[in-house]
Design a protein around this ligand. Structure first.
Ligand code: ADP
Length: 254
């Protein structure tokens, strides 16, 4: 649960940018909450705060009743999947070590069933176990994103925050990754906060959508209500631009 969260930056001319401006929202167990907004609306800043990469200026994020900055076990419960899974990863690391990294940090390298667990997670995300000895550059974009998902899933999290996880993928890989997210949700009861500018993606996977504009949430609702009856003018523009209404009525959405 996000309570009155704000984060401001100063730009080069000393003006204040309200990247996140008094946002409140809640993610319920087992649901996929889509955060929809265009570039610059504050989505990534929000993602970085709820995953504790960055501290907010004001407001708080509460997980199971306590402030996330006071919880040592938070990384076990809330994981993140990035747009480019390897932008922040050492390219010299083998896939096995990449997937195992989070658990290694928590438990120590030799103090858990590393080989078995990594194999189990690779299989879970649809990758062949033999890929564990490869390096990131030897994988396709879709495979790399699966590794990014495996390294989150291995922690057995309750929530995964996904920041544009399919942005770099072609249409087919994108659909396969979305199917994988849905499979994991069913099998493991994972909740998602799914951040994207792509309303089509959200229409296929999210239960609810929150629309972000200029650091604020301008509209929240069930996905079908947002798509069929958007209230805020900005949401209407986004939906018309994607011509989702028409396609829905023709019955061939996504
Ligand atoms: P989105 O993910 O929706 O594109 P961001 O959270 O990345 O939005 O950015 C929101 C606003 O905050 C933008 O105007 C961006 O330029 C600004 N911003 C983001 N990060 C920083 C930073 N570290 N320093 C200064 N301004 C930033």
């Amino acid at each position: 649960e996000v309570q009155n969260l704000s984060m401001h930056y100063k730009n080069g001319r000393g003006n204040i940018i309200r990247a996140v401006d008094d946002i409140s929202l809640e993610v319920f167990e087992g649901e996929t909450l889509g955060i929809l907004g265009e570039s610059g609306s504050g989505k990534s800043t929000l993602a970085r705060i709820v995953t504790r990469i960055q501290k907010p200026l004001s407001g708080k994020v509460v997980f199971e009743g306590t402030d996330i900055f006071g919880r040592r076990d938070y990384p076990r419960h809330v994981q993140m999947v990035f747009q480019d899974p390897f932008s922040s990863i050492d390219p010299q690391m083998r896939i096995e070590d990449i997937v195992a990294e989070g658990m290694d940090m928590i438990l120590g390298k030799n103090r858990w069933n590393r080989v078995e667990e990594v194999a189990r997670c690779l299989q879970k995300v649809g990758l062949d176990e033999s890929l564990k000895d490869r390096y990131p550059h030897q994988l396709s974009g879709g495979q790399r994103q699966r590794v990014g998902i495996a390294r989150a899933v291995i922690m057995n999290p309750k929530i995964i925050v996904c920041d544009e996880p399919t942005a770099y993928l072609d249409t087919v890989s994108q659909m396969q990754i979305l199917e994988l997210f849905m499979k994991l949700k069913k099998e493991n009861g994972i909740s998602y906060v799914f951040i994207t500018h792509n309303i089509r993606v959200l229409s296929s996977i999210s239960d609810r959508i929150a629309v972000m504009l200029g650091g604020r949430i301008v509209e929240t609702g069930r996905t079908e209500d947002i798509i069929n009856n958007p209230v805020h003018p900005y949401t209407k523009i986004l939906i018309n631009a994607a011509s989702l209404n028409e396609e829905e009525s023709k019955g061939n959405a996504n």
